[in-house]
Design a binder for this molecule. Structure first.
Ligand code: F6R
Length: 254
Protein backbone atom coordinates (compact mmCIF):
# COMPACT_ATOMS: atom_id res chain seq x y z
CA UNK A 1 0.00 0.00 0.00
CA UNK A 2 1.19 3.48 -0.81
CA UNK A 3 -0.26 6.14 1.46
CA UNK A 4 -0.16 9.80 0.52
CA UNK A 5 -1.08 12.50 3.00
CA UNK A 6 -2.97 15.44 1.54
CA UNK A 7 -3.27 18.79 3.33
CA UNK A 8 -7.01 19.07 2.79
CA UNK A 9 -9.84 18.05 0.46
CA UNK A 10 -8.59 20.24 -2.42
CA UNK A 11 -5.11 18.84 -2.21
CA UNK A 12 -6.53 15.29 -2.00
CA UNK A 13 -8.69 15.89 -5.08
CA UNK A 14 -5.74 17.19 -7.12
CA UNK A 15 -3.52 14.29 -6.09
CA UNK A 16 -6.23 11.72 -6.93
CA UNK A 17 -6.96 13.42 -10.27
CA UNK A 18 -3.24 13.34 -11.08
CA UNK A 19 -3.10 9.58 -10.50
CA UNK A 20 -6.17 9.02 -12.71
CA UNK A 21 -4.72 11.34 -15.39
CA UNK A 22 -1.50 9.35 -15.42
CA UNK A 23 -3.54 6.18 -16.04
CA UNK A 24 -5.43 7.84 -18.94
CA UNK A 25 -2.25 9.19 -20.50
CA UNK A 26 -0.46 5.84 -20.24
CA UNK A 27 -3.48 3.88 -21.50
CA UNK A 28 -5.94 6.04 -23.47
CA UNK A 29 -8.43 3.15 -23.68
CA UNK A 30 -8.25 2.35 -19.98
CA UNK A 31 -11.19 0.94 -18.04
CA UNK A 32 -11.90 3.15 -15.03
CA UNK A 33 -13.92 1.87 -12.10
CA UNK A 34 -15.74 4.87 -10.62
CA UNK A 35 -17.41 5.78 -7.33
CA UNK A 36 -20.08 8.24 -6.23
CA UNK A 37 -20.49 10.11 -2.92
CA UNK A 38 -18.89 13.28 -1.55
CA UNK A 39 -15.31 12.01 -1.69
CA UNK A 40 -14.76 11.96 -5.49
CA UNK A 41 -16.63 15.19 -6.40
CA UNK A 42 -13.47 17.32 -6.20
CA UNK A 43 -11.48 14.73 -8.16
CA UNK A 44 -14.09 14.74 -10.94
CA UNK A 45 -14.10 18.58 -10.96
CA UNK A 46 -10.33 18.60 -11.39
CA UNK A 47 -10.42 16.01 -14.20
CA UNK A 48 -13.14 18.05 -15.99
CA UNK A 49 -10.97 21.17 -15.67
CA UNK A 50 -7.95 19.44 -17.20
CA UNK A 51 -10.15 17.97 -19.96
CA UNK A 52 -11.47 21.46 -20.77
CA UNK A 53 -7.91 22.77 -20.94
CA UNK A 54 -7.18 20.09 -23.54
CA UNK A 55 -4.89 18.04 -21.32
CA UNK A 56 -7.05 14.91 -21.14
CA UNK A 57 -8.96 12.84 -23.69
CA UNK A 58 -11.67 10.43 -22.55
CA UNK A 59 -12.84 9.37 -26.03
CA UNK A 60 -11.53 5.80 -25.72
CA UNK A 61 -12.16 5.39 -21.99
CA UNK A 62 -14.66 2.90 -20.55
CA UNK A 63 -16.20 3.60 -17.16
CA UNK A 64 -17.76 1.05 -14.81
CA UNK A 65 -19.44 2.33 -11.67
CA UNK A 66 -19.41 0.49 -8.38
CA UNK A 67 -23.03 0.64 -7.42
CA UNK A 68 -26.59 1.92 -7.75
CA UNK A 69 -29.60 2.04 -5.47
CA UNK A 70 -32.14 -0.64 -6.34
CA UNK A 71 -35.35 1.11 -7.39
CA UNK A 72 -33.75 4.35 -8.61
CA UNK A 73 -33.00 5.22 -12.24
CA UNK A 74 -32.05 8.12 -14.52
CA UNK A 75 -35.20 10.07 -13.63
CA UNK A 76 -34.44 10.04 -9.90
CA UNK A 77 -32.40 12.99 -8.67
CA UNK A 78 -30.68 10.80 -6.04
CA UNK A 79 -29.75 7.95 -8.36
CA UNK A 80 -26.07 7.29 -8.93
CA UNK A 81 -26.82 7.46 -12.65
CA UNK A 82 -27.77 11.12 -12.22
CA UNK A 83 -24.87 11.77 -9.87
CA UNK A 84 -22.36 10.45 -12.38
CA UNK A 85 -23.85 12.38 -15.30
CA UNK A 86 -24.15 15.65 -13.40
CA UNK A 87 -20.77 15.50 -11.68
CA UNK A 88 -18.60 13.95 -14.37
CA UNK A 89 -19.81 12.10 -17.46
CA UNK A 90 -21.77 14.95 -19.08
CA UNK A 91 -18.73 17.25 -18.92
CA UNK A 92 -16.13 15.11 -20.68
CA UNK A 93 -15.87 13.50 -24.13
CA UNK A 94 -16.48 9.93 -22.97
CA UNK A 95 -18.60 7.82 -25.34
CA UNK A 96 -21.79 7.23 -23.32
CA UNK A 97 -22.06 3.75 -24.86
CA UNK A 98 -18.90 2.96 -22.90
CA UNK A 99 -20.22 4.14 -19.53
CA UNK A 100 -21.71 1.54 -17.21
CA UNK A 101 -23.77 1.82 -14.03
CA UNK A 102 -25.91 -0.98 -12.56
CA UNK A 103 -29.52 -0.62 -13.68
CA UNK A 104 -31.40 0.17 -10.47
CA UNK A 105 -34.72 -0.19 -12.28
CA UNK A 106 -34.13 -3.87 -13.07
CA UNK A 107 -35.96 -5.62 -10.25
CA UNK A 108 -34.73 -9.09 -11.24
CA UNK A 109 -31.56 -8.94 -9.16
CA UNK A 110 -30.08 -12.18 -10.46
CA UNK A 111 -30.45 -10.97 -14.04
CA UNK A 112 -28.97 -7.52 -13.32
CA UNK A 113 -26.03 -8.83 -11.29
CA UNK A 114 -25.27 -11.40 -14.01
CA UNK A 115 -25.43 -8.70 -16.71
CA UNK A 116 -23.10 -6.45 -14.75
CA UNK A 117 -20.55 -9.21 -14.14
CA UNK A 118 -20.57 -9.76 -17.92
CA UNK A 119 -19.95 -6.04 -18.50
CA UNK A 120 -16.90 -6.18 -16.23
CA UNK A 121 -15.59 -9.38 -17.84
CA UNK A 122 -16.11 -8.13 -21.41
CA UNK A 123 -14.31 -4.86 -20.65
CA UNK A 124 -11.12 -6.88 -20.20
CA UNK A 125 -10.87 -5.90 -16.53
CA UNK A 126 -10.70 -2.66 -14.58
CA UNK A 127 -7.36 -0.86 -14.89
CA UNK A 128 -7.94 1.61 -12.08
CA UNK A 129 -10.69 1.40 -9.49
CA UNK A 130 -11.50 4.60 -7.59
CA UNK A 131 -12.98 3.99 -4.12
CA UNK A 132 -14.39 6.07 -1.29
CA UNK A 133 -14.81 4.47 2.11
CA UNK A 134 -17.86 4.34 4.37
CA UNK A 135 -17.74 5.32 8.04
CA UNK A 136 -18.10 1.60 8.77
CA UNK A 137 -15.27 0.64 6.40
CA UNK A 138 -17.50 -0.35 3.49
CA UNK A 139 -16.25 -0.12 -0.08
CA UNK A 140 -18.80 -0.02 -2.84
CA UNK A 141 -21.85 -1.07 -0.86
CA UNK A 142 -20.10 -4.07 0.63
CA UNK A 143 -21.23 -3.71 4.20
CA UNK A 144 -19.43 -5.15 7.26
CA UNK A 145 -19.94 -8.89 7.37
CA UNK A 146 -20.03 -9.36 3.58
CA UNK A 147 -17.86 -12.25 2.49
CA UNK A 148 -14.85 -11.42 0.33
CA UNK A 149 -15.78 -13.82 -2.49
CA UNK A 150 -18.68 -11.87 -3.98
CA UNK A 151 -19.05 -10.41 -7.45
CA UNK A 152 -21.92 -8.00 -8.24
CA UNK A 153 -24.75 -8.69 -5.81
CA UNK A 154 -27.87 -7.31 -4.20
CA UNK A 155 -27.14 -5.64 -0.88
CA UNK A 156 -29.39 -4.83 2.06
CA UNK A 157 -27.96 -1.51 3.20
CA UNK A 158 -26.98 -1.27 6.86
CA UNK A 159 -28.73 1.20 9.10
CA UNK A 160 -25.45 3.12 9.48
CA UNK A 161 -25.14 3.54 5.70
CA UNK A 162 -28.79 4.54 5.29
CA UNK A 163 -28.28 7.13 8.03
CA UNK A 164 -25.01 8.42 6.50
CA UNK A 165 -26.57 8.67 3.02
CA UNK A 166 -29.80 10.30 4.22
CA UNK A 167 -27.94 13.63 3.95
CA UNK A 168 -28.50 13.43 0.19
CA UNK A 169 -32.28 12.78 0.57
CA UNK A 170 -35.12 14.82 2.05
CA UNK A 171 -35.61 12.28 4.80
CA UNK A 172 -34.24 9.03 6.21
CA UNK A 173 -37.37 7.21 4.99
CA UNK A 174 -36.63 8.13 1.38
CA UNK A 175 -33.24 6.37 1.30
CA UNK A 176 -33.56 3.07 -0.59
CA UNK A 177 -32.81 0.07 1.60
CA UNK A 178 -31.20 -2.02 -1.14
CA UNK A 179 -28.53 -1.53 -3.79
CA UNK A 180 -26.64 -3.38 -6.49
CA UNK A 181 -22.92 -3.35 -5.80
CA UNK A 182 -19.78 -4.79 -7.27
CA UNK A 183 -18.50 -7.30 -4.75
CA UNK A 184 -15.14 -7.40 -3.03
CA UNK A 185 -13.97 -10.08 -5.48
CA UNK A 186 -14.70 -7.77 -8.45
CA UNK A 187 -12.97 -4.84 -6.72
CA UNK A 188 -9.91 -6.93 -5.85
CA UNK A 189 -9.57 -7.97 -9.50
CA UNK A 190 -8.88 -4.35 -10.55
CA UNK A 191 -5.26 -3.91 -11.60
CA UNK A 192 -4.85 -0.75 -9.53
CA UNK A 193 -6.92 0.67 -6.69
CA UNK A 194 -7.08 4.28 -5.57
CA UNK A 195 -8.91 4.90 -2.30
CA UNK A 196 -9.61 8.45 -1.21
CA UNK A 197 -10.78 9.65 2.21
CA UNK A 198 -11.36 13.05 3.73
CA UNK A 199 -12.38 14.23 7.18
CA UNK A 200 -11.97 13.16 10.77
CA UNK A 201 -15.11 11.00 10.67
CA UNK A 202 -13.20 8.65 8.32
CA UNK A 203 -10.16 8.37 10.64
CA UNK A 204 -11.26 5.17 12.36
CA UNK A 205 -12.18 3.44 9.08
CA UNK A 206 -8.83 4.44 7.57
CA UNK A 207 -6.94 3.27 10.65
CA UNK A 208 -8.73 -0.10 10.61
CA UNK A 209 -8.18 -0.47 6.86
CA UNK A 210 -4.44 0.09 7.06
CA UNK A 211 -3.47 -1.13 10.53
CA UNK A 212 -6.24 -3.47 11.60
CA UNK A 213 -6.75 -7.19 11.04
CA UNK A 214 -8.12 -8.30 7.67
CA UNK A 215 -11.72 -9.05 8.44
CA UNK A 216 -15.10 -8.92 6.68
CA UNK A 217 -16.18 -6.67 9.57
CA UNK A 218 -14.00 -3.96 7.94
CA UNK A 219 -14.50 -4.67 4.23
CA UNK A 220 -11.73 -2.24 3.13
CA UNK A 221 -9.16 -4.16 5.21
CA UNK A 222 -8.98 -6.73 2.37
CA UNK A 223 -7.09 -4.08 0.38
CA UNK A 224 -4.01 -4.97 2.44
CA UNK A 225 -3.80 -8.07 0.23
CA UNK A 226 -3.93 -6.20 -3.12
CA UNK A 227 -0.55 -5.56 -4.70
CA UNK A 228 -1.28 -2.12 -6.16
CA UNK A 229 -3.25 0.08 -3.78
CA UNK A 230 -2.79 3.80 -3.33
CA UNK A 231 -4.55 5.63 -0.51
CA UNK A 232 -4.79 9.39 -0.69
CA UNK A 233 -6.23 10.80 2.53
CA UNK A 234 -6.19 14.20 4.13
CA UNK A 235 -4.57 14.92 7.48
CA UNK A 236 -7.91 14.59 9.30
CA UNK A 237 -8.66 11.16 7.83
CA UNK A 238 -5.11 10.04 8.68
CA UNK A 239 -5.22 11.54 12.18
CA UNK A 240 -5.36 8.24 14.11
CA UNK A 241 -2.51 6.78 12.08
CA UNK A 242 -0.44 9.92 12.50
CA UNK A 243 -1.07 9.85 16.25
CA UNK A 244 0.10 6.23 16.50
CA UNK A 245 3.15 7.05 14.39
CA UNK A 246 4.04 9.80 16.89
CA UNK A 247 3.74 7.34 19.80
CA UNK A 248 5.88 4.75 17.98
CA UNK A 249 8.54 7.39 17.43
CA UNK A 250 8.73 7.67 21.22
CA UNK A 251 6.58 10.75 21.59
CA UNK A 252 4.12 11.11 24.42
CA UNK A 253 0.42 11.04 23.73
CA UNK A 254 -0.53 14.70 24.07
C1 F6R B 1 -20.21 5.10 -3.67
C2 F6R B 1 -19.71 4.03 -2.83
C3 F6R B 1 -19.55 4.18 -1.35
C4 F6R B 1 -18.92 5.50 -0.95
C5 F6R B 1 -18.80 5.61 0.57
C6 F6R B 1 -18.25 6.94 0.99
O1 F6R B 1 -20.26 4.70 -5.02
O2 F6R B 1 -19.47 2.99 -3.34
O3 F6R B 1 -18.75 3.13 -0.88
O4 F6R B 1 -17.67 5.63 -1.55
O5 F6R B 1 -20.05 5.44 1.14
O6 F6R B 1 -19.14 7.95 0.69
P1 F6R B 1 -18.75 9.48 0.81
O7 F6R B 1 -17.69 9.75 -0.18
O8 F6R B 1 -20.02 10.23 0.48
O9 F6R B 1 -18.31 9.69 2.22
Amino acid sequence: MRIYQAKDYNDLSRKAANIISAQIIMKPNAVLGLATGSSPIGTYKQLIEWYKKGDLDFSEITTINLDEYRGLGPDDAQSYYRFMHENFLDHINVNTNNTNIPNGLEMDSEKECGRYNEVIAKSGGIDLQLLGIGLNGHIGFNEPGTTFDKETHLVNLSEATIKANSRFFNSYEQVPTQAYSMGIKSIMQAKQILLIASGENKAQAIYDTICGPITPMVPASILQLHNNVTIVADTDALSLILKEHEILKGGQLK
